[in-house]
Design a protein around this ligand. Structure first.
Ligand code: T5A
Length: 209
């Protein structure tokens, strides 16, 4: 049995990752592909607990190092218990955020050293990298406006516009560094146009089945 494909969705707050995850799952299943949908931080019982630690506001400040290590601790559980087993069974894994988010938020937003993130990436993931990453990009205000409609903000969403500008810039830099893997999707368009771009970006993976 051939190994499944690993697809990740990335982008700043409120750009439409969760909305389009459902669309992509339906698209792949229409092509008779068995899909596991998951998310980061999270995806296992323990990793979901770490997600709560990361997203909830606490009276004790979380250091930047602790935040980075928590993200990778959750990722380690997720890879071992969900992602790798599914790929080995020939299933495709569709993941709402992965390590590009760490480069964007902890690298760009928190200004942590890229070499530190790279070391943890290699330690935790070995050779595992996504086969395709769809980077939904929109101006920060557009995403924040959409996210606001949902109500209260989590610990990241409460950050400044400046923080999210750095996050966006770091995501775009990742796309420049890995043009083969990361496909830029213009998320500041009507949903149907966003989804047409997504289908175009996925076509080569599906065609090669
Ligand atoms: N994090 C995560 C790190 O710091 N480091 C890491 O390594 C990782 C993995 C996770 C947080 O953790 C941080 C980053 C994050 O802050 P999350 O819940 O995964 O949080 O991420 P959020 O960005 O908070 O998720 P959101 O649900 O806010 O955003 P989505 O999923 O991008 O947006 P979605 O689909 O919910 O859409 C938002 C609204 O916009 C509408 C939707 O209907 C919805 O109402 N919408 C559109 N409206 C008009 N036109 C379109 N094209 C639209 N597309 C969607």
């Amino acid at each position: 049995m051939s190994r499944g494909k690993f697809i990740t969705l990335e982008g700043g707050e409120g750009v439409g990752k969760t909305t389009n995850l459902v669309f992509i799952k339906d698209y792949l299943e229409h092509h008779k592909i068995s899909v596991v949908v998951t998310r980061e931080p999270g995806g296992t019982a323990l990793a979901e607990k770490i997600r709560l630690l990361l997203l909830d506001a606490h009276s004790e400040t979380i250091t930047e190092q602790a935040e980075l290590l928590l993200v990778f601790a959750a990722r380690s559980q997720h890879i071992k218990h969900v992602i790798e087993p599914a790929l080995a069974q020939g299933k495709w894994v569709l993941c709402d955020r992965f390590t590009d988010a760490t480069y964007a938020y902890q690298g760009g937003g928190r200004n942590m050293r890229i070499s530190t993130i790279e070391s943890l990436e290699n330690l935790v993931q070995g050779a595992l990298r996504p086969d395709l990453t769809l980077l939904l990009d929109a101006p920060v205000e557009v995403g924040m406006h959409r996210a606001k409609k949902r109500g209260s903000f989590d610990r990241f969403e409460a950050e400044t516009i400046n923080f999210f500008e750095h996050v966006r810039r770091a995501y775009l830099l990742q796309a420049e560094l890995y043009p083969e893997r990361i496909k830029l999707i213009r998320a500041n368009q009507p949903l149907s146009d966003v989804q047409n771009e997504i289908v175009d970006a996925m076509r080569f993976l599906v065609r090669n089945l």
